[in-house]
Design a protein around this ligand. Structure first.
Ligand SMILES: Nc1ncnc2c1ncn2[C@@H]1O[C@H](COP(=O)(O)OP(=O)(O)OP(=O)(O)O)[C@@H](O)[C@H]1O
Length: 310
């Protein structure tokens, strides 16, 4: 349905997107996962025909949208990272305004407004000014705007950044329903691996402008099938222990997290003894040590040597 071929975008000397090849089939939910600055927003701006690529192409049902942006615009809803609403207007006034831009009017417009307010769960508060809404509610109206013209494809750029857990959960459930129950194709960008793990059938991992891995969650974590993740939970940070663990023969990657230290080692490498000895030498207070099932975060760590949210 949608495909990019060797998509590139440079801002002067900064290559923001490098040879990106990705595709979405109808009805799929696809994640674009990567740290800040990886090139996710630039990629989706090109897919939504808002930014022209330096080279490469984006096709929608086989037609180049670089040559003909109108081919996609009516079928696509974009939820931008920043809230794009008039804060001095109520939610329904905002929806009316944006609905008219989409060419809706009269009863058809009112029906669509009622429908999208229902989807985002804000029908009862539709007459309140947007400036009085919480951040999470503003995000939900931002999404409602993108749904007004019933697009078959929706692109969401980090729609849960900076909002309370309840609104976040609401948004995630809503996206899941739109995809699974209404068959809407979804491209979802995030730097939260839990979100793409939960929502997406397939995932592209992006770093420094390039796609560095792609597949289902299972395919991606099977990259680590010959490895295991050992998590050492500690009472506080021990930078010298990190250094010492990196020097243990056989340890592939070491990274400090909020609650301790994560190591990637070959499977059955029997390094627990060495880890305990290093902790003892550094007089580190261990809370627990366990071997974990690899997550997408570990895949990113394996591929780049860095945490997703560095
Ligand atoms: N309009 C622009 N002019 C110049 N440089 C830009 C522009 N837009 C993006 N960049 C640069 O391109 C690179 C990729 O940015 P992009 O916003 O696409 O990343 P991202 O993965 O979406 O990150 P974030 O989550 O922070 O938005 C960054 O180095 C950024 O500074």
């Amino acid at each position: 349905m949608l495909e990019t071929t060797n998509l590139n975008k440079a801002f002067k000397k900064n290559k923001a997107v490098i040879d990106v090849n990705l595709y979405l089939d109808k009805g799929e939910s696809v994640g674009l996962l990567g740290p800040n600055g990886a090139g996710k927003s630039t990629t989706i701006s090109m897919i939504s025909s808002l930014v022209k690529p330096t080279s490469g192409d984006v096709t929608w049902h086989g037609k180049s949208i670089v040559k003909d942006p109108n081919a996609i615009r009516l079928h696509l809803g974009v939820v931008p990272q920043e809230i794009a609403l008039y804060k001095e207007l109520s939610a329904s006034e905002n929806l009316k305004f944006f609905g008219k831009i989409y060419g809706l009017k009269g009863k058809a417009l009112q029906d669509q407004i009622d429908k999208v307010l229902g989807i985002v769960g804000l029908a009862e508060r539709k007459d309140e000014l947007v400036k009085h809404y919480s951040g999470g509610m503003q995000r939900r109206i931002n999404i409602a705007v993108a749904l007004l013209h019933e697009p078959e494809f929706i692109i969401m750029d980090e729609p849960t950044v900076g909002i309370d857990p309840q609104s976040r959960n609401y948004i995630l459930e809503m996206v899941q329903k739109l995809n699974k129950e209404k068959g809407m194709t979804v491209l979802y960008t995030s730097h939260y691996m839990e979100e793409v793990e939960r929502l997406c059938d397939r995932i592209y991992i992006m770093d420094h402008g390039k796609i560095i891995a792609a597949g289902t969650k299972q395919e991606l974590t099977s990259i680590l099938s010959s490895e295991e993740t050992i998590f050492v939970e500690l009472d506080r940070s021990y930078p010298e222990l990190v250094t010492e663990l990196r020097e243990i023969d056989g340890v592939l990657r070491v990274v400090e997290t909020d609650k301790g230290i994560k190591l990637i080692t070959p499977k059955n490498s029997r390094l627990l003894g060495n880890i305990f000895q290093a902790a003892e030498r550094q007089q580190a207070q261990l809370i627990s040590v366990n071997v974990q099932v690899p997550t997408l975060e570990d895949v990113f760590l394996h591929l780049t040597g860095r945490k997703l949210r560095d």
